[in-house]
Design a binder for this molecule. Structure first.
Ligand code: ATP
Ligand code: MG
Length: 419
């Protein structure tokens, strides 16, 4: 193994090189069913190999061996660093992390291209997936929840490309997101009300803006008596809720058999007595099944959607609809009646926040889809009602959803709508 001393690493002990011969021996033992050796067992193994290590070095060695055998090897300390959300390897000496303030290159030795490939293959296998020349791309979830994406050469020319996304096992509460600045307090009231009112929600945003994280938080607000069926590709959603059923899509094998796609799972979910159907990420033709489900009495459903700006949400939905053979008109008609609100996340200077709650409607001129701002966060962080507010407040107002200050704009403003 290689030495890794990332700045600000939270690992209990700075990683050390693990001699290949020792690592091979540990792997041989664990493969035959033995537990991962602790400090004392490692001390014996080092002695057997003719070496002597002090207490501190043994602790560091135990940490590194665990990372090599069970974790992400030289990347493990980065994954454990506070605030790191993404670790990206483009090749030897080309490692990047996102600690919240955008991507920064880090000085981590991941070995040569062969070692990066070996790491990717081992991680994919830990995530229960195959990664080799026949299946050179993998999207998996590691046992600790980390999302792994890897592409082998020659699809990724030169060196395996690894993208790791750190996962939180425990969803943030909405109050935590308010305290952390992700959700403005008045927005939180509306979000809470929309979940309670069984609104059908789309959480939109650019990549890594926190869509899945916010969706987990919102699902944690669903009444304990309801049954949530989550349909995903990588099993990332982690709502704090006692009744969550997960369905994970599966890629076909190399013979092209055994695949189960998201659209199929949405259809199956309808027969599983769901109170809420949740599609972790809507990124293909399954948009048709989701809109159909939400239009046929399945209220309170949610999905995330990739869109760089909230204005792009209609075009994105239309593009996905066209993949499912839906005309623009058919998509618009379905989406308008199926979707109650769009919650849009943005990331500025590393800060993730709910920038807008919008309502899906039709453009009076062309009849196409539009998202009208209901509430938006201004440049100074103030929350203000948008053009869609009056209709939204009338629909979701008192009696259905406890909107801040009542149904009207003026009531909203006097209720402290400005943060
Ligand atoms: N409000 C937040 N505060 C702190 N960290 C957050 C917040 N939201 C998300 N994160 C972290 O940012 C990373 C990206 O979050 P998440 O996976 O939810 O984004 P996403 O928009 O769903 O990404 P993708 O486009 O890849 O699906 C995760 O590591 C997550 O823990
Ligand atoms: Mg996501």
């Amino acid at each position: 193994m290689t030495a890794v001393r990332p700045e600000g690493s939270a690992a209990a002990h700075a990683p050390v090189r693990v001699a290949p011969v020792l690592l091979d021996e540990v792997r041989r033992r664990t493969a035959s069913g033995e537990a991962l050796p602790g400090r004392d067992a490692l001390a014996r193994m080092v002695r057997d190999l003719g070496g002597v290590l002090g207490r501190e070095d043994l602790e560091a060695l135990a940490t590194s061996v665990r990372a090599e055998v069970q974790g992400a090897g030289p990347l493990q300390p980065l994954l454990e660093s506070p605030g790191v959300t993404d670790v990206l390897v483009n090749g030897p000496g080309d490692v990047w992390v996102d600690r919240g303030a955008g991507l920064e290159r880090v000085d981590v030795d991941v070995g040569d291209a062969a070692q990066v490939r070996a790491l990717a293959v081992r991680l994919a296998s830990a995530g229960g997936q195959r990664l080799d020349d026949a299946v050179p791309v993998v999207d998996a979830r590691l046992p600790d929840g980390t999302r792994l994406h890897a592409v082998l050469p020659p699809v990724a020319p030169g060196c395996t490309v690894l993208s790791l996304r750190v996962h939180r096992d425990v969803a943030y509460t909405l109050d935590e997101l308010v305290t952390g600045g992700t959700v403005a307090a008045p927005m939180a009231l509306v979000l809470r009300g929309l979940v309670a009112g069984r609104a059908n929600l789309v959480v939109s945003g650019a990549t890594g803006t926190g869509k899945t994280t916010l969706l987990s938080t919102l699902l944690s607000l669903v009444p304990r008596t309801e049954r949530i069926v989550c349909i995903e590709e990588a099993g990332e959603l982690a709502p704090d809720h006692p009744h969550v059923v997960r369905l994970l899509a599966r890629r076909p094998n190399v013979e092209g058999a055994g695949g189960v796609d998201l659209a199929t799972l949405v259809r199956q979910a309808l027969r599983m007595r769901p109170d809420r159907i949740v599609l972790g990420e809507c990124r293909g033709a399954e948009v048709r099944e989701v809109l159909t489900a939400l239009n046929t009495g399945h209220e309170g459903g949610c999905a995330t959607l990739h869109a760089n700006r909230v204005e792009d949400v209609p075009a994105r939905l239309e593009a996905l609809g066209s993949l499912a053979g839906m005309s623009r008109e058919a998509l618009a008609a379905q989406a308008v009646s199926a979707l109650d609100a769009v919650v849009h996340l943005r990331r500025d200077a590393g800060v993730r926040y709910v920038a807008q709650v919008g309502a899906v409607g039709r453009d009076p001129d062309g009849g196409g889809l539009v998202v009208r701002a209901v509430l938006e966060v201004g440049a100074g962080g103030d929350v203000r009602p948008g053009p869609g507010w009056p209709a939204f407040a009338a629909r979701w107002g008192p009696g259905r959803v406890p909107l801040p200050g009542g149904p009207g704009e003026s009531a909203w403003m006097t209720a402290g709508g400005r943060a």
